[in-house]
Design a protein around this ligand. Structure first.
Ligand SMILES: Cc1cc2nc3c(=O)[nH]c(=O)nc-3n(C[C@H](O)[C@H](O)[C@H](O)COP(=O)(O)O)c2cc1C
Length: 303
């Protein structure tokens, strides 16, 4: 068996496979399908300081090779998470990472401070890239200055592993990644969803209540792969790659492009056991090709 372990900031991951925020609930929903402790890490639903209702329905649409969503960070707030959900998750032997969102820098900081009180949370993923909220979210992640401001403020109050999740809805993602790195991020994860739109020809109306939404799934993979490759060459901190990973082969491609770990999102809706299949497939790939450690293939793309 190959050594699958990787390091991200202070995190020791038993393997490089994680679940993407918003697509895996709080993890518990999947515990009937497999043992969550097999995952390298799992990133829970986007959490904000105050509860959020999310956007009006319809907020999901299918596209030929992926999905559009406009959930809008519906959640019950970080205090509910801390009191009701965290006690049920804290003993799972994997890295629990909380995805933190906000509308203002003060929101991000206050939400992070609450998460920092929870011993068994290994790190946070700062979501500066949500396209589905009117205020905040992506607005922070599309400009290097505001990205730097929010990362700097959060870094001051959070000593554990800080991952910054980047938006693909920018002209140069490496600029935002460098800004996050300069302000002390331990890692960047990319990509969040791409802005997209669906129209109902019969009704002559947009399908989503919000008109536009976030596109994810196989259709975004080539873009995500390109952005991960570019970013891994632009920063020294580890990059976590995601966007359209549906199987172990996709995951290997992201690792070759320079990702130290990967996340799976939309794929969980199709096959709840997909992450385990990716871990097993990756292990087989490494064994078959004579690699002793997964680290040997990270960034090993030959050009
Ligand atoms: C229904 C849904 C909800 C999501 N919610 C969040 C969220 O709360 N926070 C976040 O950072 N990303 C969120 N995302 C984005 C995913 O984590 C991921 O970045 C994106 O879907 C691309 O990966 P994929 O193609 O593997 O799904 C959401 C995606 C979907 C489909």
């Amino acid at each position: 068996m190959a050594d699958l372990s990787v390091k991200i900031g202070q995190l020791e991951l038993k393997n490089p496979v994680m679940t993407a925020s918003g697509t895996f609930g709080f993890g518990e929903e999947f515990s009937d399908f497999f043992d969550l402790s097999r995952l390298g890490g799992y990133i829970v639903k986007g959490t904000t300081l105050a509860p959020r209702q999310g956007n009006a329905y319809p907020r999901m649409a299918e596209t030929p090779a992926g999905m559009l969503n406009a959930v809008g960070l519906q959640n019950k707030g970080v205090h509910y998470f801390a009191d009701e959900i965290y006690p049920r998750l804290k003993d799972i032997d994997s890295n629990l990472i909380v995805n933190v969102s906000g509308s203002t820098i003060e929101d991000y900081v206050a939400c992070t401070e609450k998460v920092a009180e929870l011993d068994k949370v290994s790190g946070i993923e700062l979501n500066i890239s949500c396209p589905n909220v009117k205020q905040g979210g992506m607005a922070f992640g599309t400009c290097a200055c505001s990205a730097a401001d929010v990362v700097k403020a959060v870094r001051k109050v959070y000593p554990k592993t800080l991952i910054v999740k980047l938006s693909p809805n920018v002209t140069d993602i490496t600029e935002i990644a460098r800004a996050a790195e300069a302000e002390g991020a331990d890692s960047v994860s990319l990509i969040n969803t791409l802005l997209g739109m669906a129209i109902d020809a019969d009704k002559r109306r947009p399908v989503l209540s919000t008109v536009t939404g976030g596109l994810s799934g196989p259709c975004v993979k080539p873009i995500a792969l390109r952005m991960v490759w570019q970013t891994a060459r632009a920063v020294k901190i580890p990059v976590i790659g995601l966007g359209g990973i549906m199987n172990w082969r996709d995951a290997v491609e992201f690792l070759l492009a320079g990702a130290t770990a990967v996340q799976l999102g939309t794929a969980n809706f199709i096959d709840p056991e997909v992450t385990i299949k990716v871990i097993d497939g990756l292990n087989e790939y490494l064994n078959k090709n004579g690699y002793k450690s997964v680290n040997e293939i990270i960034g090993a793309l030959e050009i």
